[in-house]
Design a protein around this ligand. Structure first.
Ligand code: ATR
Length: 287
C-alpha cells in the first residue's frame, strides 16, 4: 500500500498466464494475492492457449488491454520469435517467461527463472556460496539453462552438467562456455565428489514420474541440495538430502521468487515472498 503503483493510480491491471495445460498453474494464486496485498486494482487470469495459437494470443494482449502476461509450458521457447524486444537475460537463456506490453503495444520478453532460482537458493540456504566448489546440474532442458545462467552470473566457477541425453548437455555446455563441463549420466553419483551444490532440473521425482536415482554418499556434508520440482514439495531427493544433514532449497521457493520481477515488470510493484504467501501456495498444493 502507499507505493506509487499503476494500480493505485486507478488503472485496472489485467494480466495472466498462457500455457497448455494451465488449470494446475499456481500463478493466479500468487499474483492475485499480491494485488490484494498491495491494493492493486486488477486481476490475473489463467489463459488456456494452444501452441498453434500462441502468436495470435500474444498479439491480442495490447488490444485486450493486458499489462503483461507470463508464459509456461510449452510456450517459453517458441515465444522468443514472436516478441518485439527480448531482454538480454532471456536471449541468453533462450526462453521467455514474462511478457510486458509497452506503451504503444510493443511486446517485451523477459526471463525471471534464473533470478528466481538464485534468490530462493540464497533465502533457503543462506550459507551457500557460489565459489565454494563445483555445482552439479542434473538435466539440460529450459529450466537447466536458467539455473546454469543464474549460477554463472553469481560467480560459480565450475558447473558439471549431466543429462540422460548427452547431446542436449553438450549443446547447453557449448552455449555457456568453458566453466560448464559435461559428465555422463551414468556417472552422476560419482560426480558429486567435492561439489558444493546439487540441483535437479529434470522432471524425475515429480508426482507420477519415476524417482531420481542418485546416491548422495560422495556429496560433501556442507553441500546444498536443491530441486526445482515442487509437486511433491518435499521430493525424495530433498528428503534424502535433509536426512543426511544437507541444507536444501525447494522448487516452490523458486516458483514464488521468479514471480517477483514479473510483477514489478508489468504491475510496477515490488512484492515480497512472505510466509503468508508461501503458506497459501503450500495449502494449494496439498488441496
Ligand atoms: P524443462 O523446460 O522444464 O526443463 P524439459 O525441457 O522437458 O523441461 O526437460 C526435462 C529434463 O528432464 C530433461 O533434461 C530430460 O532429459 P532428456 O534431455 O534426456 O529428455 C529430463 N528427463 C525427463 N525424464 C527423464 C528420465 N526418465 N530420465 C532422465 N532424465 C529425464
Amino acid at each position: 500500500m502507499g507505493t506509487a503503483t499503476a494500480g493505485a493510480s486507478g488503472r485496472f491491471i489485467l494480466a495472466g498466464v498462457m500455457g497448455d495445460p494451465i488449470a494446475h498453474s499456481r500463478s493466479p494464486l500468487i499474483y492475485n494475492h499480491w494485488m490484494g496485498e498491495h491494493g492493486v486494482n486488477g486481476r490475473y487470469v489463467p489463459l488456456h492457449v494452444r501452441i498453434e495459437n500462441l502468436e495470435a494470443a500474444l498479439r491480442g494482449l495490447p488490444a485486450l488491454g493486458f499489462a503483461g502476461c507470463n508464459l509456461t509450458i510449452p510456450h517459453k521457447v517458441k515465444a522468443l520469435g514472436m516478441i518485439d524486444a527480448i531482454d538480454p537475460v532471456a536471449a541468453r537463456i533462450g526462453a521467455v517467461n514474462c511478457v510486458v506490453v509497452e506503451e504503444g503495444g510493443a511486446l517485451r520478453g523477459l526471463n525471471t527463472d534464473a533470478y528466481g532460482y538464485v534468490a530462493n537458493l540464497k533465502e533457503q540456504a543462506p550459507l551457500w556460496r557460489p565459489d565454494a566448489g563445483p555445482a552439479i546440474v542434473l538435466g539440460a532442458g529450459g529450466a537447466a539453462r536458467a539455473v546454469v545462467a543464474g549460477l554463472l552470473d553469481e560467480g560459480t566457477r565450475e558447473i558439471r552438467l549431466t543429462n540422460r541425453t548427452p547431446a542436449a548437455a553438450e549443446e547447453l555446455a557449448a552455449a555457456f562456455g568453458d566453466r560448464v563441463s559435461v559428465v555422463g549420466w551414468q556417472d552422476r553419483s560419482a560426480a558429486l565428489a567435492g561439489a558444493s551444490l546439487l540441483v535437479n532440473t529434470t522432471s524425475l521425482g515429480m508426482a507420477g514420474k519415476p524417482a531420481l536415482d542418485i546416491a548422495l554418499d560422495d556429496l560433501p556434508s556442507q553441500a546444498v541440495v536443491s530441486d526445482i520440482v515442487y509437486v511433491p514439495l518435499e521430493t525424495p531427493l530433498l528428503a534424502d538430502a535433509r536426512a543426511r544433514g544437507h541444507a536444501v532449497s525447494d522448487g516452490l521457493g523458486m516458483l514464488l521468487h521468479q514471480a517477483v520481477p514479473s510483477f514489478r515488470a508489468w504491475a510496477g510493484v515490488d512484492a515480497a515472498v512472505t510466509p503468508a504467501l508461501r503458506a497459501l501456495a503450500v495449502a494449494s498444493l496439498a488441496a
